[in-house]
Design a protein around this ligand. Structure first.
Ligand code: HEM
Length: 534
């Protein structure tokens, strides 16, 4: 108790009001009222009914009753830590982002790692993509790089995201499986979505059962833009490279770990940071221009494609160190709100249709999840640079404009003003075309990079992919779905397809899939719903 506290707590007669008999702070209600007895409810006589007069009981239970907020619709299970980002060199030639101007400068960050499909209470070692979301508290506002540990994604257009997530999460009638991909709905959707084949190769690899968060890569996935002072744009892909290197566990280890300690990844991060063993990643970029982009036969706007590092090596531009655990899991890790649309001046979007959809989705979902429009007032989400605007009121408003003026322009000379030179300028890309719904032809090749990834793996890694596919598809009861998957694998690698097909006991191998999306007509005549005898 400080002297200041003691003065506040001292009554007119000098007695200490809010200091308990043993010198600790007095337990109070949320209204600050001191509590005499926190163990026994107010009642009539020793064995009589409880009384509505008991405002302490009512407030305590009321607050407890409202402790839960909706879990994230995806990435519900996560674990976060604080740290810093240190810039290696000035990137002023390509971006005017303040964070990349001065070598050696440190910017505070908060990072949340997560699984995607599992519920909040699911196990850490599920075979799943891991989220790798970084909030940089820059001098020009928050920059959120909301990435994954896999450099590509399942779908090319955000309009498919609800279907993809519905299919991946628990099936609605039985409410399982809670944390893994092995089920009919998931593989049904995947087998009907050829664009997911590159991602499927990655998720069937050991990458989706990482040994710990500390041994994972991270990727911004989409092509973004850096924009410099002269409004010139350079395309950029972001990569996180772990200092400890990349390590995974084997599937049989993952299964045992999940049983023995479902909190394995969070315990690992907690213990390493608490013991001063701070995990570190390098932020690397692939920078390229339009001419380079045009040299590929795939589209750099397609989030199911990578730019191979052999073709365009990554360039380290800074390091991320995690050195402090949150004081409170709920206040920080649960309430943190990452949003792809949080970009500072000098970082801009490309026309990747998945990224553009995400830019709508995150703000929308936070409104619901965090209970209103004022979630930026929470300390974990508030910028750490000066910020001023005329937003006011709403549920839980903790920051309202001070004084009379809450609008602009105003003639009282009060309040913040726009700054054409310092403010965010969107890259003035030229856009024209008809208003249409279509998938561009340049997004049509779904197999080449899936094949490249598979062939880039070592023989044991390739075996793991075959085993994972066999295990996953063996859990799928619908024969047509299994066969449809094999027909895709035939377009990726024939030996892989045959190995998996044989292990699944498929007698007559199907034909290789037509690369085009199957239509309802294609599906109707097939014995789509025959069920394997168990
Ligand atoms: C949450 C990554 C695609 C909607 C997250 C999180 C990550 C992430 C890391 C967890 C953030 C946290 O830790 O709080 C990605 C990546 C994507 C992708 C890398 C593709 C490249 C999408 C798409 C949509 C979407 C296409 C919707 C159109 C959401 C939503 C959340 C979320 C609604 C929950 C946010 C919250 O409640 O805090 N995503 N996502 N994501 N994502 Fe994505």
């Amino acid at each position: 108790v400080t002297i200041h506290d003691q003065q506040l707590h001292r009554g007119a007669g000098g007695e200490l009001h809010q200091i308990a008999e043993d010198g600790a702070d007095v337990l109070t209600t949320a209204q600050g009222g001191p509590v005499a007895d926190d163990q026994n409810s107010l009642r009539v006589g020793a064995r009589g009914p409880l009384l509505v007069d008991d405002f302490h009981f009512r407030e305590k239970i009321f607050h407890f009753d409202h402790e839960r907020i909706p879990e994230r619709v995806v990435h519900a299970r996560g674990y976060g830590a604080h740290g810093f980002f240190e810039t290696y060199e000035s990137l002023s030639d390509v971006t005017r982002a303040d964070i990349f101007q001065r070598p050696g400068e440190k910017t505070p960050v908060f990072v949340r790692f997560s699984t995607v499909a599992g519920n909040k209470g699911s196990a850490d070692l599920a075979r799943d993509v891991r989220g790798f979301a970084v909030k940089f508290y820059t001098q020009e506002g928050n920059w959120d790089l909301v990435g994954n540990n896999i450099p590509v994604f399942f779908i090319q257009d955000a309009i498919k995201f609800p279907d993809m997530v519905h299919a991946a999460k628990q099936e609605p009638d039985r409410a399982f499986p809670q944390a893994q991909t092995a089920h009919d709905n998931f593989w049904d959707f995947i087998s009907l979505t050829p664009e997911s084949m590159h991602m499927v190769m990655w998720i069937m690899s050991d990458r989706t059962i990482p040994r710990s968060f500390r041994f994972m890569e991270g990727f911004g996935v989409h092509t973004f833009r850096f924009v410099n002072e002269k409004d010139e744009s350079t395309f950029v892909k972001f990569h996180w490279k772990p200092k400890l290197g990349l390590q995974s566990v084997a599937w049989n280890e993952a299964v045992k770990i999940n049983g023995a300690d479902p909190d394995f990844h969070r315990r690992d991060l907690w213990q390493s940071i608490q013991s001063g063993n701070f995990p570190e990643w390098e932020l690397c970029v692939q920078l390229f221009d339009q001419e380079f982009a045009d040299s590929f036969d795939f589209d750099i706007l397609d989030p199911t494609k990578i730019i191979p590092e052999e073709v365009l090596p990554v360039r380290p531009i800074g390091r991320l160190v995690l050195d402090r655990m949150p004081d409170n899991f709920f206040a920080e890790t649960e309430q943190v709100a990452f949003m792809t649309q949080n970009v500072p001046p000098g970082i801009d979007f490309s026309n990747d249709p998945l990224l553009q959809g995400r830019n709508f989705s995150y703000l929308d979902t936070q409104l619901k999840r965090l209970g209103g429009p004022n979630f930026t007032h929470l300390p974990i989400n508030a910028p750490k640079c000066p910020f001023h605007n005329f937003q006011q009121d709403g549920h839980m408003a903790m920051r309202n404009p001070v004084g009379r003026v809450n609008y602009q322009p105003n003639s009282f000379g009060e309040g913040p003003q726009e700054s054409p030179s310092r403010g965010y300028r969107h890259f003035p890309s030229e856009e024209n075309g008809q208003k249409v719904r279509l998938r561009p032809e340049s997004f049509a090749d779904h197999y080449s990079q899936a094949r490249q990834f598979f062939l880039s793996q070592t023989p044991p890694e390739q075996r793991h992919i075959a085993m994972a596919l066999t295990f996953e598809l063996s859990k799928v009861e619908t024969v047509a779905i299994r066969e449809r998957m094999i027909s895709h694998l035939l377009n990726i690698d024939e030996t892989l397809a045959t190995t998996v097909g044989q292990k699944l006991g498929i007698q007559n191998m199907p034909k290789a899939a037509d690369a085009a999306m199957p239509t309802r007509q294609d599906l109707e005549p097939s014995p789509a719903l025959s069920i394997v005898e168990r």
